[in-house]
Design a protein around this ligand. Structure first.
Ligand SMILES: Cc1cc2nc3c(=O)[nH]c(=O)nc-3n(C[C@H](O)[C@H](O)[C@H](O)COP(=O)(O)OP(=O)(O)OC[C@H]3O[C@@H](n4cnc5c(N)ncnc54)[C@H](O)[C@@H]3O)c2cc1C
Length: 480
């Protein structure tokens, strides 16, 4: 791997607790409204644990639909300190997941799910416009590309399913020359284009959500970790380091931290993902012909994903991180130099013509992998609601989660609450240490197979069989 890495890349370590997106967003906040830690006792109608997109969209939906409701968000860090302020900024529809959606939910269920996520892609941009949140939202579509003959046509099942269901325009196959017209890399082959997709600067959205929520009267307590939620005769008690909040209903919007939470821990697996970012290179990006603003992913399961930022950098992520033991989110999710280098290597491999370009930032974060690679929203018991399992694709779906969770809190029977991904958490992962050991073995096998395939080499028979095990066990994870 190291032959493609520059000395600068090898010295590149993740930049610490805050992503560069979040540092930039915080630097722009000159008159930020305070969100003091909870100290003592408090009361709320609805307590939301987690101040990322899921929690804040839910709070905003509730404040719009039921302005008299007392809504309190409790965030252990600052809003956007988690993945909502450190992701790749892809705002995707689910048309590229149509094959899996049909397997899980049937034709009608798949279509309704994909339509609602597509509506959220557009609604996020409209919300930013309406609320003066300049998050660099740009709706320019998403390109899936093959980088090895072994991945050619990886999109075809979803493309064919879209055509069969009468929504063929949503996910369209492109030839190699059509891909090259949008972005030139000597590694790119054919691909597919999804038009319902946008990019943004993720932390500007997270901090914008926080600002608007505070302005609408939502109470936000940052630096307030919820240690336990206790059910009582009159609702719930949320116990924090320095206080307690009583609430009639609770929303758990914990993302990967749910992997260590009662009721959720067997439904998700915390996994790391790392990103790197180049110096600003608008002219070099234009030389690639990449002027249309599309986000791009390759067809690996340990996916490479990349977008061009508003100031002409390439932000480049790699999905092949590592699982965490027991759902604990430690430094391996933010400070693992090996995984930051893996992202750098992916960038150098896919864009050899940018070999002289400097990478200036690296950072990582946790994602919440679910057994089906898709999220679920619902209630663990009456009054205790959750969203979990985004599996690294949560920017648009978390907006949908906010709409669904608000409807559940309000006891509404609207069609959103009957979407197929609404219900109890799905099929369970095994308990520790099996969960961790199994995930580690699968991770190593998958990376090894995909690295060989990227070089155009077929993986040995035993390795292919090993990476097929999760699918044979009924998970929508692992490789075919
Ligand atoms: C490197 C990386 C790149 C990604 N790229 C993309 C992408 O391009 N497109 C995409 O769609 N998705 C992407 N994702 C996934 C996406 O960021 C998430 O799915 C999305 O942000 C989920 O939002 P959330 O609000 O559910 O989670 P979060 O933003 O993680 O919010 C959960 C919050 O809960 C807080 N919390 C946890 N436990 C407690 C507790 N006990 N008490 C109080 N607070 C608590 C955490 O501090 C955190 O702030 C990426 C993720 C990573 C890590």
């Amino acid at each position: 791997m190291s032959s493609l890495l520059t000395d600068g890349d090898l010295a590149l370590g993740p930049g610490g607790a805050r992503s560069p997106w979040l540092r930039e967003a915080l630097a722009l906040e000159t008159d930020s409204l305070p969100a003091r830690a909870l100290d003592g006792f408090g009361e709320a109608d609805v307590a939301i644990v987690g101040g990322g997109y899921s929690g804040l969209w839910t709070a905003l939906q509730l404040s719009e639909r039921a302005p008299d409701l007392r809504v309190v968000v409790l965030e252990q860090d600052i809003c956007g300190g988690g993945p909502s302020g450190r992701n790749g900024g892809f705002v995707n529809g689910w048309w590229d997941e149509l094959g899996t959606l049909v397997d899980l939910y049937g034709d009608e269920g798949a279509l309704s799910a994909a339509r609602e996520v597509a509506a959220s892609v557009r609604a996020i941009g409209a919300w930013c416009d309406a609320n003066g949140v300049e998050a660099h939202y740009r709706r320019a579509g998403m390109l899936t590309v093959s980088t090895t003959p072994l991945h050619d046509g990886a999109w075809r099942r979803s493309v064919d399913t879209a055509r069969r269901l009468g929504v063929g325009n949503e996910y369209v196959e492109l030839s190699a020359s059509e891909v090259a017209e949008r972005c030139r890399s000597p590694r790119f082959r054919g691909g597919a284009l999804m038009r319902d997709a946008a990019t943004l600067q993720p932390a500007l959205l997270a901090r914008g959500l926080r600002r608007v929520a505070l302005q609408r009267g939502v109470t936000v307590h940052e630096q307030t970790r919820v240690n336990r939620v206790r059910h009582t005769a009159r609702g719930f008690r949320l116990l924090t380091e320095n206080g307690e909040l009583r609430a009639r209903q609770v929303v758990l919007a914990l993302n990967a931290w749910g992997a260590d939470w009662p009721g959720l821990r067997r439904s998700i697996l915390a996994w790391s993902s790392y990103m790197v970012r180049t110096e600003p290179i608008p002219d070099r990006v234009a030389e690639l012909g990449w002027t249309g603003g599309e986000s791009i992913v390759d067809a690996r399961l340990s996916v490479h994903y990349f977008q061009v930022t508003a100031d002409g950098r390439i932000a480049f992520g790699a999905g092949g991180g590592r699982p965490g033991y027991g759902g604990r989110i430690g430094r391996s999710f933010t400070h693992d130099v090996r995984d930051a280098r893996r992202a750098a290597f992916g960038f150098r491999h896919l864009f050899p013509q940018l070999a002289d370009v400097r990478l200036t930032d690296a950072w990582g974060g946790p994602i919440d992998v679910s057994p089906h690679h898709l999220p679920r929203f619902g209630s663990l018991q009456p009054g205790l609601h959750y969203a979990a399992g985004y599996s690294g694709n949560g920017v648009a779906p978390s907006h949908l989660a906010g709409r669904v969770l608000a409807a559940l809190v309000l006891g509404s029977n609207e069609p959103l609450t009957r979407l197929p991904m609404v219900g109890p958490p799905s099929r369970r992962f095994p308990p520790e240490p099996l969960r961790y050991v199994g995930a580690r073995i699968m991770r190593e096998a998958m990376i090894r197979r995909e690295d060989l395939e990227e070089q155009g080499r077929r993986a040995p028979w035993w390795l292919r069989q090993l990476t097929r095990i999760p699918r044979r066990l009924g998970y929508h994870l692992g490789l075919d």
